[in-house]
Write a protein that binds this ligand. Structure first.
Ligand code: FAD
Length: 319
């Protein structure tokens, strides 16, 4: 019996969300007196032995040409093989785009119970109960899973990365890998210097900026902070910014450590995609803007005055 954590990667590097999932899985293993193991599909530049620092004992690596490109159907079957052969009873994914595609599929394949979007360690004192977010993060639910195998997807930023000592044993895993049924014929990298879903800091702007010609100051703030750019939906609808920057209920859901919202009112549909950010800073000229209720820090004032001042203050601080 073991806890198996799926390790997700991009551009040759393991995603931060996976380091969180590994730490979370290792804690569950410790709590239940079992072993934490990881599975990675494809090749990365990172040192897999170092995953042992999160408490993982083994890393199963499945290398096959067909796995270099993410395909949820192919990946599901491979992960299920690893889970079955390793005897995993708890399987953990990050609740990011690949985890959202894989966790339900793997759960169906293994006849497992699924809790998607968990944000705390399970209570294993009497059965297996875990807390998850529901209604776009507006509420929590406690769910009990009573199947033999349990699949969990962990919300991004919900668990602190634990780093200690230890080396994981990297074990090549020989899986049956099917040919993908879908072929990606073209892909475009999202705009911006930093990937929005992976970013620690996001600077976002809304209709308060009046027009696309005013985005220069927002880009400069983002560059100064090493942040990704985002926007509200009307901004993307009006083609001021590309749709891959649109965050919210109908856009991308993000959970950075810092979210800076400039000239965004804070409508519920916008908040649904950003309310899992650790710290929210709101800049808005209307003191009654609903976003201030969700903000950790608020600045009431004109963005056209505040943003350049903020950027130059940060530049000075950075020397
Ligand atoms: P506005 O509501 O126009 O707000 C602009 C803000 O800028 C105001 O608060 C104003 O005080 C402030 N402002 C103006 N000038 C300045 C200035 N000089 N300095 C500082 N502040 C200033 N929206 C999303 O963002 N994401 C979604 O995923 C999404 N999904 C939706 C799904 C549905 C089904 C529906 C019905 C709506 C959805 N919306 C979504 C739209 C959402 O309801 C809001 O209309 C939208 O978020 C408002 O965008 P905004 O805050 O940029 O614009």
């Amino acid at each position: 019996m073991s806890v198996l954590i799926f390790v997700d990667h991009i551009d040759g590097h393991i995603k931060k969300a996976s380091h969180e999932a590994l730490s979370y899985g290792a804690k569950i293993a410790e709590q239940t007196g079992t072993t934490a193991e990881a599975v990675i599909l494809g090749t990365v530049n990172d040192d897999l032995e170092k995953l042992g620092e999160h408490g993982v004992k083994k890393v199963y690596q499945v290398q096959n040409e067909q796995l270099q490109q993410f395909d949820s159907q192919v990946y599901t079957k491979v992960i299920a093989q690893v889970a079955q052969q390793s005897g995993a009873k708890v399987i953990i994914f990050s609740n990011n785009s690949s985890g959202k595609a894989l966790a339900p599929r793997v759960a169906v394949r293994l006849k497992a119970g699924l809790a998607a979007g968990v944000n705390a360690l399970p209570d294993t004192s009497n059965g297996f109960t875990v807390r998850k977010t529901v209604f776009s993060g507006k509420a929590f639910a406690q769910v009990a899973i009573d199947t033999e195998i349990k699949v969990l997807s962990l919300n991004v930023n919900a668990f602190t990365i634990i780093t200690g000592e230890g080396k994981a044993e990297v074990i090549p895993f020989d899986a049956i890998v099917e040919s993908p049924k879908l072929k990606t014929i073209d892909s475009t990298k999202t705009s911006g210097k930093v990937s929005l879903t992976e970013a620690d800091v996001v600077v976002s702007a809304g209709r308060g900026l009046k027009g696309p010609e005013n985005w220069g100051m927002v880009e400069e703030l983002a560059d100064t902070l090493g942040a990704a750019l985002a926007c509200s939906r009307p901004v993307a609808d009006a083609h001021w910014r590309p749709h891959n920057e649109h965050v919210g209920q109908t856009g991308i859901a993000i959970a950075p450590n810092l979210y800076v919202a400039v000239g965004i009112s804070g409508a519920i549909q916008h908040l649904a995609g950003v309310n899992r950010s650790k710290v929210i800073v709101v800049i808005n000229k209307d003191p009654e803007a609903p976003f201030f209720k969700a903000a950790d820090y608020g600045v009431v004032g004109d963005a056209f005055e505040i943003v350049p001042k903020l950027t130059s203050a940060i530049k000075k601080l950075k020397g």
